[in-house]
Structures are given as C-alpha cells and as structure tokens.
Design a protein around this ligand. Structure first.
Ligand code: PLP
Length: 447
C-alpha cells in the first residue's frame, strides 16, 4: 500500500491533540471498552503535566495519584534523575542490539539484581513486561526439571499471556480457553492442599505472590512461604516467587519475601524495577537451574526476544534502584504505610460501609459493603476531591491506595480526609442511584 506523508499524523500533531481528538482516537483505535470506563468515571481528561504524586489537567486542576501505575511508578511521575539516565544511555555511542554485541548496562543491572533479589539469583533473563518474565520463569522451570505440571494459588494474578493467564485465577480466562494444560490451583495459604498436589512428583513449579495484590491485598500467615519452599524442595519442584507488584520497596521491605525470609528458586520482577519509566522485567534464578534449563545444545536461542535488556530500560532500572537505596525509600514506604493503615483503621470505626482495611507497606486495600459503594467512592474521590484511587482486578468491592513510595504524610492526610467525606456521602449517593454498577458494567464484559 502506498501512503503519502501528509496522510499520516505527525508526532507534533499527535502531541498537540485536543482532548476530543485524543478520546476519539483512543475509542476508535485503541480500546472502546476502556474509553467507556474512563468516560463514565469522567476520567477521560487530558493531563498536561505530571510530577511525583501530582497530575495536572488542561484547566490546571491538580490531582493526587494514589495508583502509581499499580505499583510501577515507585518514584512518582517523571522522576528527573531516571529520565536523565535514560537520555544519557540513548546518547552513548555503543551498540544497542543483542544480535550484534553486549551492552555494559545489561550486565551491571543483572549484577545489582544478584546482590538485591531474594536468594541472590545469579542470572537474570530480561523481558519487557511482567507476563513475559512469568513466561520465562515457566519455561525455565519446565526445562530444568523435565516436569510438566504447574500449581498456582486461587486469587492470584500473574498476567494475561497464555501461560501466565493459565496461572491466574479469574473469569477473564473463560473467553480464551483452552489455556495451558497441566495448571492446577490450590487455595492461597493452604500448605496441605499444596502438598497433596506436589506429592504426585510431576510438578515443575509452584508460582505464588508473596502478598496477593489483585486478589485484594491478601497477606499470607507467617510461615506460609517458607513452608511452601520446604515442600517444593521435598518434592523436587521449584518455587517461583512473583514480586512483580510487591518488589522494590512496595511492602516496606526491598522485597516482600523478606517479611518471611523465603529464598525462591526463581523470582520475577517488573513494574518498579525501572520505576515504570520504560518497560522492563526479569526472571532471575541460580546458575544451577539456569544451566539445567538452557545450557543445552539446541536451546541457546530460546531466550531470544528483540527488546531483551534494552539499554535505555537498563539505565532506568539502574538509576531507579540507586535512588531507592540512596534515599531510604523502602524505610519511608514502611513508615508511610503504617501511618496510612492506622488512619484507615480509624476511618473504619466511623463508617459502617467499610468492612475491612488491610495492607502492608504502601499496598493498601479497603473492602466496602458492596461493589456499588466502591464505585461511588472511586468516582467521588476523583471528581470531588481529585484523588485518584485504584481498584483490584479480582475484587470490585475494594479500592486500593498504592501511592508512589515518595508520598508524604500531608498527601496521605488529604486522601484520608477525602475518603472520610466520600464514605459519609455514599449512603445518600447510592439512595439517589449514583454510582450504580454502571462503572462495573463498563469494565466487565456482558455475560
Ligand atoms: N504478576 C503480578 C503480581 C502483577 O501484579 C502483574 C500485573 O499487574 C503481572 C504479573 C503482569 O504484569 P504485566 O501487566 O506487566 O504483564
């Protein structure tokens, strides 16, 4: 097909799009269903500036972002030092492609991950997103053990690719079946159920999140993860720990594994790895497992992926990790998380529509009496108070507070005071029919 330059939208035109053009193009050419969701929530705004936890729309209105890209924007929006590192990497006159050579940033990042990650894995296989890292982990487990089956926990979320979706417990699955065979679920936190699956001896790996994020902020009881690790050792299966959402300070420790001293065989990370500035993920394991999986005559090429170890993404990750450690942000997240949880618990004593609050570090969830209440509050928080909250994929009756790790006490106070007002208003609002499940219907496909 021949197309003239004048028939295409230039970068400059795209950048200068009006809100209307932006919404129309997104609706027509990207995702009609998400466009409907944003419209119903009145969230199809054109944001023009974002810095740290703050976002500004065209009218100059300020919003606090308590979603932080579901954990990826650990340093907030547009962290200057990370952006500068990316620009510097782009300007380096070195070779960028894995197909022609090795870049210095990729090995340096892998060495830092070796020093930092739970269990100090020797080798990192890089990818672009969380699901890709999960896929690599699954292949590593199968190839190194020679076994077929995978076990996952109910309420888990590991991604939307075929393999990771096969280990994710939720309804999205049903439209895409058949998924990967030999994947079986056990209740989260249940070691007996896990052992009964492992006992058959043909399990390649058990994959688990140290704290379930999309499942609704579920924290396992002490001993669960080390217990799972022991069982996996006993039956020669691998333990894959999914730290994609919990890693790099989110739970008030560098990794959530540290809450219960677990040393997984494979650990997968993404999101905050590069502070959400560029797509990056990794699946990391020991030399021993890596060798068993990939040091075979005909398996060398099986790790190939065009954008693997992209130097600009490596630069973002190196700088993001440096800032996290230098600025004591893990300890800060712990302190802010404890403060926010305490304030949420106080709020619960005053509002009957709050059933429960729970969380760890800056991964916090509020369970409401109904999905309608949660929708009403989500919308009121955004439109009345300019505080953006998130929901959990598996729990439409819950809202999440997951701000960047750089959040300050005053910002937490502003969110809690807004929540106080919104919770108080929700009974009247719902009686008047506001908040109904319109938002819920917009995001869930029709039955
Ligand atoms: N694993 C966990 C725990 C996640 O929270 C997510 C995404 O939210 C994924 C895996 C998938 O990551 P991605 O969306 O980058 O594919």
């Amino acid at each position: 097909m021949k197309i003239k330059e004048t028939e295409l939208i230039t970068f400059e035109e795209a950048f200068a799009s009006t809100r209307r053009e932006m919404v129309d193009r997104f609706t027509k050419h990207v995702s009609p269903i998400e466009a409907r969701f944003f419209r119903l929530l009145d969230a199809d705004k054109r944001y023009v500036k974002a810095e740290g936890i703050r976002i500004f729309d065209e009218q100059g209105e300020e919003y606090l972002d308590f979603t932080a890209g579901y954990g990826s924007l650990s340093l907030g929006h547009n962290p200057t030092e990370v952006l500068t590192a990316v620009q510097q990497a782009a300007a380096l006159p070195t070779v960028f492609s894995f197909f022609v050579g090795i870049h210095p940033l990729v090995g340096a990042l892998a060495e830092n991950l070796h020093r930092l990650l739970p269990g100090h894995p020797d080798v990192s296989c890089f990818g672009s997103g969380g699901a890709e890292a999960v896929e690599i982990a699954l292949k590593t487990a199968r190839s190194s053990t020679g076994k077929k089956r995978f076990i996952y926990a109910d309420g888990s979320y590991h991604g939307q690719s075929f393999g990771s979706l096969s280990l994710t417990g939720r309804t999205y699955r049903r439209y895409f079946e058949p998924l990967l065979p030999n994947c079986e679920n056990v209740p989260f936190g249940d070691l007996q159920a896990l052992e009964s699956k492992l006992r058959q001896g043909d399990v390649a790996a058990f994959i688990v999140e140290p704290v379930q994020a999309e499942g609704g902020c579920n924290i396992p009881s002490k001993g669960y993860l080390p217990g799972a690790q022991e069982l996996c050792n006993k039956y020669d299966a691998l333990l894959i720990l999914d730290e994609i959402q919990t890693g790099f300070g989110r739970t008030g420790r560098m990794f959530a594994a540290e809450h219960d001293a677990v040393k997984p065989d494979i650990v997968v990370v993404s999101k905050a790895l590069s502070a959400g500035v560029l797509p990056m993920s990794a699946s990391a394991t020991s030399h021993e497992i890596w060798k068993k999986a990939y040091d075979k005559e005909d398996s060398w090429g099986s790790l190939i992926s065009t954008f693997r170890g992209n130097p600009k993404a490596c630069a973002a990750a190196l700088k993001a990790i440096e800032i996290l450690v230098r600025d004591g942000l893990v300890e800060h997240a712990r302190e802010m998380g404890e403060y926010a949880l305490q304030r949420l618990q106080d709020l619960k004593t005053r509002h009957r529509n709050i059933k429960e609050v729970r969380g760890i570090g800056l991964l916090l969830g509020i369970e409401f009496s109904s999905e309608n209440t949660s929708n009403f509050i989500l919308s009121r928080m955004l439109n009345q108070h300019h505080v953006i909250l998130g929901s959990f994929d598996h729990r439409p009756d819950m809202l999440r507070l997951q701000p960047p790790l750089v959040v300050q006490k005053e910002e937490i106070d502003r969110a809690i005071e807004a929540l106080d007002e919104a919770c108080g208003k929700s009974r009247i609002g719902l009686a008047l029919g506001a908040g109904k499940t319109a938002i819920g219907r917009a995001v869930r496909p029709p039955k």
